[in-house]
Design a protein around this ligand. Structure first.
Ligand SMILES: [Zn+2]
Length: 416
């Protein structure tokens, strides 16, 4: 795609409203804009990253045997009254009335809705196990939305739910999800600490949190320097195994998985008949990922003084081509030639066709964080060479025009 067609409104100055590094970079690099506190627009580059993350999540969920659906964001409040969670969540829940006076809520999560669906459509052990997931917009009435996409009132989550006949089935699905989560975060270029956590308002017995270390993180994880055991905000701060003092790490919660057991199915009477014909409540698990929150968490871990350094698999483009003078026909012909070559080879390519100084193009390319730049200027054309610049380590290499594509293939994987 061409820069002038994409809409990438980069800004030099740090916006006043930005409270964290990732928030500043997302605004400066033209990935998001604020509509009001807690509600954000994804501009084209932001949307591309979001879609790449969603693509990874879909691949890994489907590989676990989970099936995608889409539940409504608008819920009847009475469904929440059945489990009493309208009270548990309190003012965090966005409630409203329609013109007929029905009490409604905008979903902060979907356990009640999905349990209701399963209750009405599952009756036999033959239909189990079942794992369903969705990627959905959710709502929380935050007192203080903060840090851009990290704590927003409207946000995107992946939530999956498993339904099994018994605890053994749940254990198996839980383990599959646990492993899938590790793969998802690793493919997104995100380091996480996994802690055994308190189930809180979700209920259930066992849960694990996936916490991304970041300076601005509001959740403190205790980490043992000897055995790497991670624990969420416990009172004691020495490792139960090694008895040494654990260090405190600020983190952002990016994923949380729960063994819910019978908490929802019992109250909502989501039952199935087992092989002997006995009626039993389904055994449930639920598995969440803060999809929109992943973007700032990834940036907090992948940046330098010049901007974002996107991990390859989720970068909005893999390659940016920088013709240094668009008024020079030879340079532009060369740039367009490479654009076609690289696109045909399967790379996603952005061509900076703006009539801007070379300095502006270099700065913006660093700011938006594309993994590889191809620089085309007068000098490189005279020498029949092009310059490749790797964003991550700023290393440059001059390669001959004919070998350029081969060199690029070594530096960036195709089709990511
Ligand atoms: Zn230890």
């Amino acid at each position: 795609m061409f820069w002038t067609k994409v809409f990438i409104p980069t800004v030099k100055e740090t916006p006043k409203e930005a409270e964290s590094l990732s928030h500043q970079l997302l605004l400066r690099a033209g990935f998001i804009r604020m509509l009001m506190a807690g509600a954000y627009t994804y501009l084209p580059l932001g949307l591309k990253v979001l879609e790449k993350i969603q693509g990874i999540i879909r691949q890994e969920m489907n590989a676990c045997g989970a099936s995608e659906l889409l539940l409504p964001a608008l819920h009847p409040l009475e469904l929440w009254q059945k489990t009493g969670r309208d009270k548990d969540l309190g003012e965090v829940m966005l409630k409203l009335k329609d013109r007929r006076g029905r009490n409604l809520a905008l979903g902060p999560t979907h356990e009640e809705v999905i349990t209701d669906l399963v209750k009405n459509n599952i009756s036999s052990y033959r239909q189990l196990p079942l794992v369903l997931y969705q990627i959905q917009t959710k709502f929380r009435d935050e007192i203080r939305p903060r840090f851009g996409l990290i704590r927003a009132c409207e946000f995107i989550m992946k939530d999956a739910y498993s339904f099994d006949q018994d605890e053994a089935g749940l254990d198996k699905n839980y383990q599959l999800m646990y492993e899938a989560y590790k793969r998802i975060f690793s493919r997104c270029g995100l380091k996480t600490l996994i802690t055994e956590a308190d189930s809180g308002v979700m209920g259930g017995k066992v849960s694990h949190e996936f916490m991304a270390p970041a300076a601005l993180g509001e959740d403190v994880v205790l980490l043992c320097p000897e055995c790497n055991l991670a624990r969420s905000s416990k009172e004691e701060n020495s490792c139960p195994k090694c008895k040494v003092e654990m260090s405190r790490v600020n983190t952002i919660e990016v994923g949380h998985i729960f063994k819910l057991g019978l908490k929802y199915s019992q109250v909502m009477e989501a039952n199935f008949s087992d092989i002997l014909g006995n009626l039993k409540p389904v055994v449930m698990g639920c598995y969440g990922i803060g999809v929109s929150r992943l973007i700032p968490a990834i940036i907090e871990q992948n940046n330098d003084a010049d901007g974002i350094i996107w991990p390859e698999e989720i970068a909005p483009f893999q390659i940016i081509i920088l013709p240094l003078d668009i008024t020079n026909n030879v340079i532009m012909q060369e740039a367009l030639g490479f654009y076609k070559q690289a696109s045909c080879a399967g790379f996603s390519v952005l061509l900076d066709d703006r009539d801007e100084r070379a300095g502006v193009k270099f700065k913006d390319a660093d700011l938006i964080g594309i993994p590889l730049s191809i620089v085309i200027g007068k000098k490189s054309i005279e020498e029949k060479k092009i310059e490749l610049k790797i964003r991550k380590n700023k290393q440059t290499q001059l390669v001959s025009k004919d070998e350029a594509l081969e060199s690029i293939k070594k530096l960036v994987s195709i089709g990511a």
